[in-house]
Ligand binder design. Sequence first.
Ligand SMILES: [Mg+2]
Length: 434
Amino acid sequence: MSCDYGKIGKHFMSSVFALVDCNNFYVSCERVFNPKLVGRPVIVLSNNDGCAVARSNEAKALGIKMAVPVFQIKDLIKHNKVQVYSSNYALYGDMSQRVMQTLTQFTPDLEIYSIDEAFLDLAGCKRINLTEYGRNIKTTVEKWTGIPVSVGIAGTKTLAKIANHLAKKSKKANGVLDLTTAKYMDQALAAVAVGEVWGVGRKYAGFLKANGIDNALQLRDADDNFIKKKMGIVGLRLLNELRGISCYPIEQSPPRRKSVTVSRTFKKAIASLDELLEAVAAYVSTGAEKLRQENSVAGVLIVYVMTNRFKDDYYYNSVTLKLPVQTNDTSELIGYAREGLRGIYKKGGQYKKTGILLHDLGPETLVQANFFDTVDRNRSKKLMQAVDAINCEMGSGAIKYGAVGVGRNQSWKTAFNQRSRSYTTHWDHLLEVT
Ligand SMILES: [Mg+2]
């Protein structure tokens, strides 16, 4: 069975999630510091390969597609005076931090899902008008950071994603859509193409369409056995989520490609830097392993810490590290993460959560050599392959880095230990890493 139905019952009755997503994030960041760009077509290019990775609405209206190589649209750029920027991850990381910091005002339970998206657990806010609350989130973020956002609210994370998608598209919604009531649900789901549904991916989108399932509504009403046979447990969870049955609490999500995040809420707050360093090293190990499974490398690493939101001395901070060379080497990433954490750690804080986010992903094969690169990439690759092979054979964590620590009762593990440790081999726990 896909989920524990005892738990589902509880979630079904009580869960409310908001997905806050920054609009055209990189372009919006550029606009904050260069208001002349407002109202004009703007694109931001990827790190190495010269593709458009962010587009303003005006650029989208010109027909510039996501990830299009810039040389293919040279004439279009010239004729329409499209403003072209290289990506500036230091700036985007800093703006991301400001947005996330602002969002912590609205809930104690926040999951940073990507550089420009966060899920907010609003289960405690059910008695208030959620549309108004969403509107308040939107205006506050815009006022405090200059970044426009859209807010989708629903009973499951998958539906919140859909609500967000529609909030962006619909003039009437004007950036905020609450789908917690069933009134417009069918209409909303019918308006979303199946390939746009969170976790469906390109491979399954083609398969579903070939079987007459074109939109989210048809997917919701699809036959359980058929979906389970073709898409496994992940597919069944998807159906449940579309039906309003929450299968993904905060910090758990279906597998995905765009970035890798690993975070954990500690059962007991942690004050010691050493323990936080171990926790971060462990999360980086998991994240790097995930990258290697998909033959990807990351160019940006974000580390963040949060103390208990209900305490007076609430503290949230993050650091964005632009890596000199894209990598998936565990020891290299641990080194950066530790350095980053030391920079944001504030003594005396009672830390409730820490997490890492690997961003700017690219295929391993395209890593560009850097003249100043001091790492022997071939040697590192062979070592990682050996580590992964042993961990695959002997169980995850059979070989781990010293930085992760060796104690059995590390307090950062406490919350983690409530769940199965076989998260790389068990369907049910695969989703801890997203
Ligand atoms: Mg966005």
